[in-house]
Design a protein around this ligand. Structure first.
Ligand code: ADP
Ligand code: MG
Length: 148
């Protein structure tokens, strides 16, 4: 298995699906980062750690899904960092480690309100799970201090 999986790249414009309006902004990686994903990292919800530039390391939840720009033939990676930022960080370097994967939801059956509730419950679950030593140790990984 490829977890934990470390990667970084520039934050690019996403699909403008209004995730920020829902209170759940998701920072998008460019194709170059998505194309490097190991084949065994499938679509789903991942939890781990993230930092912007050489800033603090925060908990994150990532959705790996199918990219509508490519008629759902390519993946997309969208990271929600569990932290209140003062401003957007398009163009900056996002470093992440995917620590584990968990999702039991069939999102297509949910109404918009249920979807938001489901995502928020995933976020709450991530906050708790990431405190476990096997996941929290990754926060201290040299990967996050070697950013330039
Ligand atoms: P887009 O469609 O461009 O991805 P979103 O509505 O998903 O737009 O908002 C994502 C952007 O919001 C990120 O690229 C980033 O600049 C900003 N942002 C602010 N706070 C966060 C956060 N906590 N997690 C992720 N992105 C954030
Ligand atoms: Mg987004």
């Amino acid at each position: 298995k490829s977890l934990p999986y470390f990667c970084r790249g520039e934050v690019v414009q996403g699909f403008g699906r209004g995730s920020k309006e829902l209170g759940i902004p998701t920072a998008n990686f460019p194709d170059s980062v998505v194309d490097n994903l190991p084949a065994d990292i499938s679509t789903g919800i991942y939890y781990g750690w993230a930092c912007i530039g050489n800033g603090d390391v925060h908990k994150m939840v990532m959705s790996i899904g199918w990219n509508p720009y490519y008629k759902n033939t390519k993946k997309s990676m969208e990271t929600h960092i569990i932290h209140k930022f003062k401003e957007d960080f398009y163009g900056q370097t996002l470093s992440v480690v995917l620590s584990y994967s968990f999702s039991s939801l069939f999102l297509c059956y949910l109404s918009p309100d249920d979807l938001i509730a489901a995502i928020n419950s995933d976020i709450e679950e991530a906050k708790v799970q990431l405190e476990l030593p096997e996941h929290s140790k990754l926060k201290e990984d040299n990967f996050f201090t070697s950013t330039t």
